[in-house]
Design a protein around this ligand. Sequence first.
Ligand SMILES: NC(=O)c1ccc[n+]([C@@H]2O[C@H](COP(=O)([O-])OP(=O)(O)OC[C@H]3O[C@@H](n4cnc5c(N)ncnc54)[C@H](O)[C@@H]3O)[C@@H](O)[C@H]2O)c1
Length: 328
Amino acid sequence: MPVLATGGAGYVGSSAVRCLLAKGYDVFAYDSLIKGHRQSLPAERLIIGELADKNRLVQVMRDRKIDAVMHFAAFISVGESTERPLEYYHNNIVNSLTLLEAMQEADVKKIVFSSTAAVYAPITEGALQEDSPKNPDSPYAFSKYAIERLIADFSRAYGLGYTILRYFNACGASPDGRYGEDHDPETHLIPLVLRVPLGQRKKIGIFGRDYPTPDGTCIRDYIHVDDLADAHRRALEAMPSGRGSIYNIGTGTGHSVLEVIRTAEEVTGQKIACEDLPRRNGDTTRLVAGSEKLRKELGWAPTYQNLHDIIESAWRWHRNHPDGYGKN
Ligand SMILES: NC(=O)c1ccc[n+]([C@@H]2O[C@H](COP(=O)([O-])OP(=O)(O)OC[C@H]3O[C@@H](n4cnc5c(N)ncnc54)[C@H](O)[C@@H]3O)[C@@H](O)[C@H]2O)c1
């Protein structure tokens, strides 16, 4: 089954491409490299292209006889999206519509879409289920929720098969330490924490210690990037034609900011300096995935069950690549 992965040179997309290649799939990344890294996947598997270029997309899908699309390409920062909504709505919503139109023209009938836990309304205990109340309150979250809707409407009207995967906090690196997280700007907690023992920053800011959690810091569900990749493969293999499903992907266990910092200290053997800062706009107390549906229906289970192993994999990558992938 030939597969096209938009954003396939990015952090999660390249992990999925490598996972599919290992399983014998004929998969190509389609990426403009605006944020991605050519070193994150085999050169012959990368097609450099812009999502806004519908004709190119149609041509690539026809030439490669693409059967299914995995749609990772997007701008991904909640904070940046509130400052630059035009760019976020344009790249995420308008360009996704272009992709769907190209798929229609090339008669590609299957899509797996990267959505986010940021679509949900805040909770203070328990786990989020796929039908929990929604409140996508940043332009980033709203753009993702809007694309979910576009895809569902295309399915109803044109018979598109789809799987929407709502990721919680993607993290970690490949076990051999060759591939890992390299965002610019980096906003994710684990790579930022590890910059302290790497000597790249003096301390890590803790945004709020007065949340209603046991240690007062926010709780998130950290899911290893290779476990996300495996869920994509399963979603593709199980996808019914003409219908769709939505799944959360997380471990189901939450960890506080302080737990992440303490675990990073254990892994690196170094003390990590912290600084208390005021709460940030838009941060919610708790984001933990109810992932029973994914486990039951797709037989998925996370290989990385504990935070120590996840941070250890990330540390191996960052220690070997203190400047990430380097120049493209
Ligand atoms: N990283 C996370 O924790 C997380 C959590 C929830 C959802 N997601 C979603 O997962 C997806 C992948 O996230 P990531 O962390 O790998 O991000 P990333 O920035 O590493 O990857 C995105 C890729 O898309 C490419 N891209 C962006 N706009 C493009 C365009 N117009 N044309 C062609 N290529 C374009 C970039 O060059 C980059 O390689 C995103 O859709 C994101 O919203 C990520």
